[in-house]
Design a protein around this ligand. Structure first.
Ligand SMILES: Nc1nc2c(ncn2[C@@H]2O[C@H](COP(=O)(O)OP(=O)(O)OP(=O)(O)O)[C@@H](O)[C@H]2O)c(=O)[nH]1
Ligand SMILES: [Mg+2]
Length: 418
């Protein structure tokens, strides 16, 4: 696995409802002067309308009317920010159990989870669930704000108790990078400016830690380049190229590739990028590749460099179930994997994760927001890697056939902590 410091850091806020995620992001944006005057005016006006006294900083990201009225976040709000050294894409996620699915969406592209917890209450069950989901989604770095320090009289004991709880869980879930900061998002202590109220703390502020974080896009290298075919482009001379986004490893002209699931072996003869032809394409780049042999590849097929992924109709997977109705054995759903959608059936439910102990317990159903293990049978063959080897070809979503709602996020294989 490779992590690199880079210009852009993607982060998602996670934690239980009302622990202060939106306020912390609002504070970060206000204190680094990232808001335009009219945005700040809108927050001031909204705060006055709701009669919350001073500035309610959660209004910076809580944009929906319903969010402001209820004082909770419902949808993920994306904000861009920059410091002299770095750019940030911030996904401010909801904490309410009902919107756990939105949290998973926000965390699915994050390099780092900014965990916010109320220091007086410590690690709540919902925060533990969010941390499990973030770990399943491959987030490896945690920055924890032990928030509302003003409400515990800046007690170092309260802070240390949170550090102990978080360290234990982070170790169990396999997070490799952890910083815990005593914060008051409301008052701004240790967010951008170091606090005078925590003389016993000599670590970084939230902004310092974000600037220094070495969390990078989670890429497991050495498992082979993958190109899920999104479009087939017909060329003037009668040839074809195959367009998609490279993942796994870089892809180069001359690479031996296998078209899957057909199993046709051929060679990459050209790579066209947005900036013209190139010898190689790095992970994350959208390209169109030419092949040495004629193939009938289409959308949903995959070009892969060895080691090759598996072609299978049966997946054992870890899933986060978000459906309102419980998932029971035998349920028919649609499964979306890279660029392919196929009918699927859950053949067995192999366990449910107890988020308090991380034990896998026997069950025959998964209720809303539970994390479990399942075996899934698909109508069409899929070309998959284990999630731990590839975040793209190792993940899928399950879709309700009737309502079209996304009801589960799935990761191929069993997470290392289960
Ligand atoms: N005293 C104190 N109150 C805080 C602090 N941070 C946030 N709050 C208050 O806590 C309440 C909830 O804050 P939010 O930022 O909306 O919480 P959230 O985590 O975004 O909530 P959801 O998005 O709904 O999960 C608001 O009334 C805030 O003013 C803090 O550091 N100290
Ligand atoms: Mg919020």
């Amino acid at each position: 696995m490779r992590t690199t410091t880079k210009d852009l850091l993607r982060l998602a806020t996670i934690g239980s409802v009302d622990d202060g995620k939106s306020t912390l992001i609002g504070r970060l944006l206000v204190d680094t002067r990232q808001l335009f005057d009219d945005q700040l005016d809108a927050v001031v006006a909204a705060s006055e309308r709701r009669g919350v006294g001073d500035l309610d900083l959660s209004f910076v990201t809580d944009g929906l009317r319903a969010e402001r009225e209820q004082g909770i976040t419902i949808d993920v709000a994306y904000r861009y920010a920059s410091s002299p050294t770095r750019k940030f894409i911030i996904a401010d996620c909801p904490g309410h159990v009902q919107y756990t699915r939105n949290m998973a969406t926000g965390a699915s592209t994050a390099d780092l989870a900014l965990v916010v917890l109320d220091v007086a209450h410590g690690l709540k069950e919902q925060t533990r669930r969010h941390l499990c989901i973030a770990a399943l989604l491959g987030v490896r770095a945690l920055l924890v704000a032990a928030n509302k320090m003003d409400q515990v009289n800046w007690s170092p004991t309260a802070y240390r108790s949170v550090v102990d709880q978080v360290e234990t869980l982070a170790g169990e879930l396999g997070f490799t990078d952890l910083t815990v900061i005593p914060v008051s998002a409301l008052l701004g202590d240790n967010v951008v400016e170091a606090s005078v109220n925590t003389p016993w703390y000599d670590g970084p502020t939230v902004l310092d830690a974000l600037e220094r974080s070495t969390a990078g896009v989670w890429t497991a290298t050495g498992h082979g380049a993958r190109l899920p075919v999104q479009w087939v482009l017909r060329q003037g001379g009668g040839g074809r190229t195959y367009a998609g986004m490279v993942n796994g490893d870089a892809l180069g002209v001359g690479d031996a590739v296998t078209l899957l699931p057909a199993g046709v072996e051929t060679t990459v003869t050209s790579i066209e990028t947005g900036r013209g032809p190139n010898d190689a394409a790095s992970v994350g780049l959208s390209v169109a590749v030419g092949l040495a042999d004629e193939t009938d590849a289409g959308r949903g097929d995959l070009l892969a460099v060895a080691p090759l992924p598996r072609v299978t109709r049966e997946l054992t997977a870890t899933i986060c179930w978000f459906g309102e109705r419980s998932l029971e054995t035998g349920r028919r759903l649609r499964l979306k994997h890279t660029t392919r959608v196929t009918p699927a059936r859950v053949t067995t439910i192999d366990g449910v994760v107890d988020v308090a102990t991380l034990e896998v317990l026997a069950t025959d159903e998964l209720t809303t927001n539970q994390i479990g293990l399942a075996t899934i049978h698909t109508a069409d063959p899929l070309v998959v890697d284990d999630y731990r080897d590839n975040r793209v070809t190792g993940s899928f979503v399950l879709i309700d056939e009737v309502t079209n709602a996304t009801v589960a996020a799935g990761m191929v294989g069993r997470a290392s902590f289960l």
